[in-house]
Structures are given as structure tokens and as C-alpha cells.
Design a protein around this ligand. Structure first.
Ligand code: NAD
Length: 472
């Protein structure tokens, strides 16, 4: 009988394993984590992450063939397939600080697997890792556990937060990389059999280990590059009177370009794009490819520029100062349909406005006050100058930031509104009521291009929308 254990019950480990359990009722799936609060939440009615459709899937399988546990060692020892889906953030100190992936969690998971294993195992890299990580993992496993056969596979995850369940049910592709040895090929087939329960085999791509590892970094780099490309274009649109939505539509109808991922915005966020590109930059530098590294660096620089540009636009439009002015921040998560705030552009935008002494009233339907205050108190890591940390003291934040649970409360008496997440509810607000409750002139800065600019201008708002003509 196949027994699966996944180390790491996060945004990837939880949903992916829940879907495997649902689609493969004969397989026992244990998701383990060192964080007891996280596991308790997975075992409760309030799952630790918000993801449309996830509750349903978990409820159908939990306690039958899906288990969440802190007993990491027991479940690893019992499994034949061990997924490792731990976090791989950017290193903040030491060699490669600000760019390289921090593999501390991975290394400790690998050492633990070696320690507790009594039978052969397939060890699957689910986390996003630098290319060639499998070689290091193999060394750790085989040097620490003689006589047990560990076969490493790379099976990077391509789900997007907010649509994770949809993506897992119907993936564009599942990628499995393995060694070109009989053991490697056998392991690939074993994992392919799991996915083949619901994914058409022609969508299960099998490659060598290094191609699979690098493909995940490449995919994120390409996606982020597309956003930075359209955002760079949005700046030019504003300067020339072109409309970025019209430009995106015009270029997106070219079948070689395609229409997806061409929405201009205040910038990309999330835990992956920036960290994976930084990782790619580091790998290029380590491999003596500085020009290639510079190319990818530019994707992040444009993203940072877009956030700065947005803040500058807010301040300059509001008569060059936001000091003491109330600004409503609508949306804090890095995208809609998630409560995840990791690397959300809202952090940089809010900090920029706080730096000019604005008073912020923040509303997001899925992000807690604690999370927002923590994010705003966090030191900003400048990856270009690792020694340059800019903390904002939590006391300043408490005086300048309030978090509210109602849009109308957020906007009442505000001088301006910044829309930073594309939550559907922001499209259909009663903007007349919003306008009536605000200070005049009332400004809207739409960082996601969700509002009907013409309609809002008719109401009386002064509207700035990314990449749109300022006066039409
Ligand atoms: P996460 O931080 O939500 O979850 C990681 C979990 O691993 C945490 O709960 C942590 O407590 C646990 N963990 C760390 N070390 C452990 C150990 N030794 N034993 C047991 N548990 C341990 O991270 P995530 O967003 O799920 O991302 C995981 C990996 O997947 C990362 O490499 C990320 O780049 C990649 N990824 C993320 C996404 C995404 O949308 N979040 C998408 C694709 C790939």
C-alpha cells in the first residue's frame, strides 16, 4: 500500500496533499509540520489558510485517508513517498544574503528523514529549490543512512494562491524530474501513477532532475517578467496618453504573446516571484553569468519602481504632502482570494505613505489586524544593499495605522483611497456613498485597475488608474 507523508503543512503542502487524498482514496496521506498551531488549525473548522474550495476537499478526506499531525518522525518513517514542502525563503545573512535560497529547513528535513528511515523511500522535492539541490539532498541522505535506498525526485508545484484547488484539480502540467537510472525511472513511474488518478498522462511531463528544478524557477521568472514588462509599459502609457488596457489587449491578441498575465498593477507580490528570481540571479552569478543575472534583476527593479512610482503619484497628486491626511487602503493581501501578505506590494506602498506621515485606515476582508501590524513593523530588506535595513518602529505604526472591518469606515473622512488588492467587492462599491463620506477633493488611486474610471470621475472623484490617461 502506498503511504505518503508531506513535511510542511503550508500553502503548498496542505492543499496539494488534500487533493491527492481526495483523488486517491486508497492512499493514506499524512501532512506533518513542526508548527503545532498550524496543525491544530488544519484539524479544526478554521483552516490556517484561505483558499476557495479547500474547506470542502479537506472535510471530505480528513480522518479517512488524510491526517494532519505534528508527529513528523513517525509519519516519515512509515511512508514510502515523502514530499518535502518546507519554506525556502531568501537568505538574510551570510554568503548569498539577499539572493540565495535559505535551505536550512530543507537540510534539517533531509537529516531527519535519514535519521528515522528504516525502509527505502522516494523523497520528492515539492518546495522550490535551486537547481542541483537534489545532489546535495542525495548526499545528506545516503551519507547519513547506509543500506537504505533513497530516490530523489523533483516535482515542483505550479499552483497559484487563490486558485490552488482549481489548479490542482486541472493542472496545465505536472512536472516530475528524476535521475536517468533504473531507480530514478522507477520512482518517476510510481509518482506518475499517483497523479494519473486524475491528471491525463499527456500532461504529466517527465524530465531529468535538473530540468525540473530549473523549470520552476524559470516559470516564475517568466511570469514575473511579463508583469514587469506590462508595468514598464504602463509608465510609458501614463507619459504619452496611451491606455495600458488597450495596449495589453492589442498585444495579447497576438497568439505568440497571448492574453494572460497582462494586467498592469501596482506590482507583483507573494512569497515566490521575488525570492525565486533572486535565487535565479544568484545561481547565474555563481555560474559566471553576470549579464544573465542582470537581465533577471531588472524584473525586480521594475517591480520596485512601480511601487515607488505609485506612492509618488499619490503624494504628488495630493498637493505634494499626505502628512496628517487619512488615506484608506483597500486590500492588503498580495492578490484577491487569499489572505497571504508575503511580499505584498501593500507593505511597500503603506510604508511609503507612512514615511510621508499619512494616517492609514486599512481594510482587507481576509487579513487580520495582527498580520497587517506585523508586516508594517517588519524591517525592509534591501537585497541590493543587504546592510541597509529600514525598520519602522511599531509605535509609529500604532499611531498612524488603524485596521478596520468595513469599507465605509475605512473611507469616512479620508482624503484619498488606494486600491491595492483586486477584491471583487471593490469593483461594485457604492462609490457615490463613498464620495459623500470623504474629504474633498476626493482621490482614488487604483493600483489594480478595478474601478470604472469614467463613472467615478462623473461622481466627482479625482482618479488615478495605473497606465491610464490622467484626464480622460
Ligand atoms: P509555508 O511557509 O506556508 O509552509 C512551509 C511549512 O513548512 C511551514 O508550516 C513550516 O512550519 C514547515 N516546516 C519547516 N521546516 C519543517 C520541518 N523541518 N519539519 C516539518 N515542517 C517544517 O510555505 P509554502 O508557501 O507552502 O511554500 C513551500 C514551498 O513551496 C516553498 O519552497 C515555495 O517556494 C514553494 N511554492 C509555493 C507556492 C505558493 O503559492 N505559496 C507555489 C509553488 C511553490
Amino acid at each position: 500500500m502506498v503511504k505518503i507523508c508531506c513535511i510542511g503543512a503550508g500553502y503548498v503542502g496542505g492543499p496539494t496533499m488534500a487533493v491527492i487524498a481526495l483523488k486517491c482514496p486508497e492512499i493514506e496521506v499524512a501532512v506533518v509540520d513542526i508548527s503545532a498551531p498550524r496543525i491544530n488549525a488544519w484539524n479544526s473548522d478554521h483552516l490556517p489558510i484561505y483558499e476557495p474550495g479547500l474547506d470542502d476537499v479537506v472535510k471530505k478526506c480528513r480522518g479517512k485517508n488524510l491526517f494532519f499531525s505534528t508527529d513528523v518522525e513517525k509519519h516519515v518513517a512509515e511512508a514510502n513517498i515523502v514530499f518535502v514542502s518546507v519554506n525556502t525563503p531568501t537568505k538574510t545573512q551570510g554568503l548569498g544574503a539577499g539572493k540565495a535560497a535559505d535551505l536550512t529547513y530543507w537540510e534539517s528535513a533531509a537529516r531527519m528523514i535519514a535519521d528515522v528511515s528504516k525502509s527505502d523511500k522516494i523523497v520528492v522535492e515539492k518546495s522550490t529549490v535551486p537547481v542541483k539541490t537534489a545532489e546535495a539532498i542525495e548526499r545528506i541522505l545516503t551519507h547519513n543512512r547506509k543500506g537504505i535506498n533513497f530516490t530523489i525526485l523533483s516535482n515542483p508545484e505550479f499552483l497559484a494562491e487563490g486558485t490552488a484547488i482549481k489548479d490542482l484539480f486541472n493542472p496545465d502540467r505536472v512536472l516530475i524530474g528524476g535521475r536517468e537510472t533504473p531507480d530514478g525511472q522507477k520512482a518517476i513511474l510510481a509518482l506518475r501513477d499517483v497523479y494519473a488518478h486524475w491528471v491525463p498522462v499527456e500532461r504529466i511531463l517527465c524530465t531529468n532532475l535538473w530540468s525540473a528544478e530549473l523549470s520552476k524557477l524559470a516559470a516564475n521568472a517568466f511570469l514575473a517578467q511579463r508583469i514587469s514588462s506590462v508595468n514598464a509599459m504602463s509608465a510609458l502609457c501614463e507619459a504619452t496618453g496611451a491606455d495600458v488596457s488597450q495596449v495589453s489587449h492589442s498585444i495579447g491578441t497576438d497568439s505568440r504573446i497571448g492574453p494572460k498575465f497582462l494586467n498592469a498593477s501596482v506590482g507583483f507580490g507573494g512569497s515566490c516571484f521575488q525570492k525565486d528570481i533572486l535565487n535565479l540571479v544568484y545561481i547565474c552569478e555563481c555560474n559566471g553569468l553576470p549579464e544573465v543575472a542582470n537581465y533577471w534583476k531588472q524584473v525586480i527593479k521594475v517591480n520596485d519602481y512601480q511601487k515607488t512610482r505609485f506612492v509618488n503619484r499619490v503624494v504628488s497628486s495630493m498637493f505634494n504632502t499626505v502628512s496628517g491626511k487619512k488615506i484608506a487602503i483597500l486590500g492588503f493581501a498580495f492578490k484577491k482570494d487569499t489572505g497571504d501578505t508575503r511580499e505584498t506590494p501593500a507593505i511597500d506602498v503603506c510604508k511609503g505613505l507612512l514615511g510621508d506621515k499619512a494616517k492609514l485606515s486599512v481594510y482587507d476582508p481576509q487579513v487580520s489586524e495582527d498580520q497587517i501590524m506585523r508586516d508594517l513593523a517588519m524591517k525592509k530588506f534591501d537585497w541590493d544593499h543587504p546592510a541597509h535595513l529600514q525598520p519602522l518602529s511599531p509605535t509609529t505604526n500604532k499611531q498612524q495605522v488603524s485596521v478596520v472591518w468595513d469599507v465605509q469606515e475605512a473611507v469616512t473622512d479620508a482624503h484619498g483611497i488606494c486600491i491595492l488588492t483586486e477584491w471583487d467587492e471593490f469593483k461594485n462599491l457604492d462609490y457615490q456613498k463613498v464620495y459623500d463620506n470623504m474629504q474633498k477633493p476626493a482621490f482614488v488611486f487604483d493600483g489594480r485597475n478595478v474601478v470604472d474610471v469614467k463613472k467615478l470621475r462623473e461622481i466627482g472623484f479625482i482618479v488615478y488608474s495605473i497606465g491610464k490617461p490622467l484626464d480622460s
